[in-house]
Design a protein around this ligand. Structure first.
Ligand SMILES: Nc1ncnc2c1ncn2[C@@H]1O[C@H](COP(=O)(O)OP(=O)(O)OP(=O)(O)O)[C@@H](O)[C@H]1O
Ligand SMILES: [Mg+2]
Length: 262
């Protein structure tokens, strides 16, 4: 997946400025950056939901030339937040991702997706009675049924996830990021918006750092998670070390708090 010279203007405001972005299939590519830096806007543009003066190509196709069903067959999108106004059952939400309409296949995929997000047996629960984290995992199950349920092609499918672990406990954060990692390991592509720098360091192969609608850096977690760049984009000093016997960076905010108070 590639975005070239992506400029986005919304409500007469420039949100993204000449962003160049590349994500490889087989990898997890993370987008990080402060609130309002343009991460969700970039993800929506890559998903084909927002128009741009630049170009976005998905599996070599210019997405502006693809029909909605062609796009839906290539990529699934988990938005940052989803409001459901009607009293849908969980299985009805998950099945929104499916185009099959064959009850047996749909039931099997729905159950598999719910089991993947640790919600086996939740099919008949009312979506609105679920906790925030459970709702987020149901939405991920919907996206999984979409990418699993599309006809097999030799082209990679893509998961575009906007803060998929934002309201999850630590065990489910790991579980969901493992789903993303396994999807990439099986040849798919994953683009994921993240705030947690440590989880980003653990799970991402490549990281884009956005600030004020510009890309301020990209590369491996070790390359971009450095004190200077983090200071530039977040405006705070973050002590960054390496996990022992590895090159994986980790950030210790509590050390920073002590320093501030010292
Ligand atoms: N439709 C719109 N009209 C005007 N401004 C918008 C619109 N959508 C987004 N913006 C602005 O564009 C900027 C980027 O928004 P975006 O949602 O991409 O940020 P983000 O990096 O995802 O932030 P967060 O971490 O809070 O989710 C923000 O300043 C936001 O207020
Ligand atoms: Mg966002």
């Amino acid at each position: 997946m590639q975005g070239k010279s992506i400029c986005v203007n919304l409500s007469r405001k420039d949100i993204l400025h000449d962003v160049n972005f590349k994500a490889e299939s087989g990898q997890v590519t993370a987008i990080i950056g402060p609130n309002g830096s343009g991460k969700s806007t970039l993800l929506k543009t890559l998903a084909g939901e927002i128009g741009t003066s630049g170009t976005v190509t998905l599996n070599g196709h210019d997405i502006s030339a693809l029909k909605p069903w062609q796009l839906a067959a290539m990529r699934g999108v988990l938005p940052q937040s989803t409001s459901v106004a009607f009293p849908f059952k969980v299985y009805e939400i998950v099945r929104l991702g499916l185009a099959n309409g064959l009850a047996a296949i749909d039931d099997e995929l729905t159950a598999k997706a719910l089991a993947h997000v640790d919600l086996a047996g939740f099919e008949d629960r009312s979506y609105q009675t679920l906790s925030g984290g459970e709702q987020q995992r149901v939405q991920l199950a919907r996206v999984l049924t979409q990418v699993w349920g599309t006809q097999h092609t030799d082209q990679p499918r893509w998961l575009l996830l906007d803060e998929p672990v934002a309201s999850l406990d630590i065990a489910h954060q790991f579980a969901v990021l493992h789903i993303a990692g396994d999807f990439a390991a099986a040849g798919g592509g994953v683009v994921v918006v993240m705030h947690d720098l440590n989880l980003t360091a653990l799970f991402a192969d490549c990281v884009y750092v956005l600030s004020q609608g510009y890309v301020w850096g990209s590369g491996t977690p070790s390359e971009v998670l450095n004190i200077d760049l983090m200071q530039q984009v977040y405006g705070i000093d973050l002590p960054i070390s390496k996990v022992p016997k590895s090159s994986i960076p980790f950030v210790l905010p509590q050390v920073m708090r002590k320093r501030l108070g010292a």
